[in-house]
Design a protein around this ligand. Sequence first.
Ligand code: AMP
Length: 207
Amino acid sequence: MKGSIVLFGPPGAGKGTQAEIIVELTGKPQVSTGEMLRSAVSKRTELGLEAKEYMESGRLVPDQVIIGLIEDRLNEPDAINGVLFDGFPRTIPQAEALSEIAEVSAVISIEVPDEDIVDRIVGRRMDPETGEIYHVSFRPPPPDVKGRLVQRKDDNEDTVRMRLAAYHKQTKPLGDWYNNLGILETVDGTGSIQEVGESVAKAVKLH
Ligand code: AMP
């Protein structure tokens, strides 16, 4: 596949987890705007200082900031054959800007109902040494890594509700936008990680 792939879906749908299988299948590098922003926040760069309050309150970071970030990232040599976008685009203006600078071959939408999202996110933990994502009940961490796991600052119930509201208002309409272009593939995100992974792999192979 020549172009880029977009992983689409609400917060907590499993985009970060399922990105691994697509990277393995396609060799495309994963470009996660959330990860890029979190790294900027922890390094206290100008970008990080600007993004922090939006992220902590569950709102989207302004489009111009995100588009600038993506333009720079796509100029890196490893992006030449397309990338896997995780968490981008999240608004119609972001998708329009993307269409000017890169070709999108497929959009994989991982569908999970709202009522599952809060439990998924509040129980989410990350291993800072490996980047591996666990869940206290759905994907329990091995005992030897338990002590070093961290929880994202925005993974609390109040912020999740804000993030879900932003998703419905600003991001979800993008699904129709890509469906009209004939490149949207929907995947049921409610099964086990492995089941969802198999559906994701099937969807990727269609393009
Ligand atoms: P994520 O890791 O994808 O859940 O992103 C965490 C937070 O970063 C979001 O709640 C937003 O505040 C911000 N963010 C990440 N990607 C974008 C984007 N494409 N547009 C606007 N804000 C974003």
